[in-house]
Write a protein that binds this ligand. Structure first.
Ligand SMILES: *Cc1c(COP(=O)(O)O)cnc(C)c1O
Length: 470
């Protein structure tokens, strides 16, 4: 399997060549040359596999430069009941006949990003070991991504993490989760500024190519192909749990921000998994819902980006969306390059043609939007009706899922975080404190390890240079 760029760079690259990279050199995103097709007989033969076995069958279709025995061992070590609380890794939680949550958030940081990030940590360590190289991961976080990255990379050979966060602005739980890590390869840099300042610093450091090369700077952001690929697996796992031997279609509702999670569903569907609909659920930051209703993709400015009670979906643009549009326009790289290059920078967005928009239903996508009031009502209703407590992001998914139910087709709502992470909104909805998983009990009282730095890229560079052992 070789990979190409959505903007036309067709240099054939193997999986491990793009593993440690973000954007392709032409600014596009990596995709496989084709999506491997899984026929009905193969699909049937996968029913009954354990999660790591299923992950192996799927990943082996995309990775031909890691020996099978090594890949199997990596997956067996990553997807364990010890790390994810359940041997099924992403078990279904039935709500009512035909409607269930798929629990993706029982990993170490209580959000679905662990499912992919834990594998990324193992793959990075493996590949860096083979190359005899080191990597210094630089990132900016307002919460979920940074903690998932740190818990995936802690203690790994050849890897250091420098994670920037806005000083004093993350939730107390998120701060405790990240800052209590004592591993010497994890560096928490609390920046005196807001999240945008952190992101600007990451951009400035990455733009200094000499520095980047000298100190082997890399990222783990959501456009990384390996992260997306890891997420494809749980669509298959959910499908098998929701259907019997006779198969049939399943719909998925996905709380969406950067379009990474639902893009994995798109890939699973292209591979032949019988997904009927992919329901994209947004919060008030409805870039994606607007596109699926109108064909217009419009990036928001910071003044138009709302801070909501489902903060991990507060996006101004959907960084993985280019992958879907590439497929929508018939994999026309010149067209994709025009839309995401000149059109986006000139007009802040684009509208696909009527012919292109007419293809959307064939890809199974529908969408909807949810607000703070919807989230509270949905959390309360789900608690009262089913005695199941859900977080705010999952509530956006459930709210929109209910509007798209189809008779006879199971609907799976991807649970992307546990309520314990967003206690304030939960209290507002149901009037009590969400339960804490035992492993996170009392983390606020643990000793903390972090460094406060001014919002100054040069100062951050100096810190990295002093702490990366190079
Ligand atoms: C990151 C995140 C999302 C959004 O996922 P995308 O892949 O960016 O669409 C939704 N919910 C939670 C809890 C998240 O952490």
């Amino acid at each position: 399997m070789k990979y190409l760029s959505t903007r036309g760079d067709a240099t054939p690259r193997a999986f491990c060549e793009i593993l440690l990279e973000g954007l392709a050199p032409d600014g596009g995103l990596y995709l496989p040359e084709t999506y491997p097709r899984v026929d009905a007989a193969t699909l049937a033969s996968w029913r009954g596999l354990s999660y790591p076995q299923l992950a192996f069958e799927i990943l082996a279709l995309y990775i031909d430069d890691i020996p099978a025995a090594d890949l199997r061992a990596l997956l067996d070590r990553t997807y364990t009941a010890a790390t994810f609380g359940d041997a099924r890794i992403t078990p279904l939680k039935p709500l009512e006949p035909g409607l269930a949550l798929q629990a993706l958030s029982n990993g170490p940081t209580l959000a679905f990003k662990d499912v992919a990030m834990q594998l990324l940590g193992a793959l990075f360590e493996y590949q860096l070991g083979r190359l005899g190289q080191q990597l210094n991961i630089l990132g900016a976080t307002s919460g979920d991504t940074g903690s998932a990255a740190e818990y995936a990379m802690r203690g790994r050979r050849g890897i250091r993490v420098f994670m920037l966060s806005p000083h004093g602005r993350m939730s107390p739980f998120q701060q405790a989760q990240m800052f209590s890590l004592q591993d010497p390869n994890i560096h928490n840099l609390a920046i005196e500024g807001v999240f945008d300042d952190c992101q600007d610093i990451v951009k400035a450091v990455s733009a200094d190519l000499a520095f980047k090369q000298r100190f082997q700077i890399g990222t783990v952001n959501s456009i990384n192909w390996a992260r997306l690929l890891a997420q494809v697996v749980y669509y298959f796992a959910g499908y098998f749990q929701a259907t019997g031997r006779d198969g049939g279609e399943v719909d998925f509702a996905v709380p969406s921000g950067n379009f990474g999670n639902i893009c994995a569903g798109h890939v699973a569907r292209r591979m032949g998994l019988p997904i009927g609909r992919l329901v994209a659920a947004t919060n008030e930051n409805d870039v994606l819902d607007e596109f699926f209703r109108t064909g217009r993709y419009r990036v928001r400015g910071s003044a138009e980006t709302h801070a909501t009670s489902s903060p991990s979906m507060d996006i101004s643009k959907a960084s993985n969306f280019e992958r879907f549009v590439f497929d929508l326009v018939g994999r026309d790289a010149a067209r994709t390059a025009e839309l995401f290059g000149p059109a986006l920078s000139r007009d802040g967005g684009f509208t696909v043609s009527a012919d292109e928009f007419a293809r959307v239903p064939g890809f199974g996508f529908v969408s909807g939007r949810s607000t703070h009031a919807d989230r509270l009502a949905t959390i309360r209703d789900c608690w009262q009706r089913h005695q199941v407590l859900i977080d705010t992001h999952t509530a956006d998914g459930l709210k929109v899922a209910r509007a798209h139910r189809r008779a006879g087709v199971p609907m799976l709502v991807l649970e992307t975080a546990l309520p314990a992470k967003f206690a304030e909104a939960i209290r507002e909805a149901v009037g009590f404190e969400p339960p804490r998983p035992p492993a996170t009990e009392g983390i606020e009282r643990l000793p903390r390890r972090f460094e406060v730095l001014p919002a100054d890229a040069e100062r951050v560079k100096r810190y990295i240079a002093e702490h990366c052992g190079a």
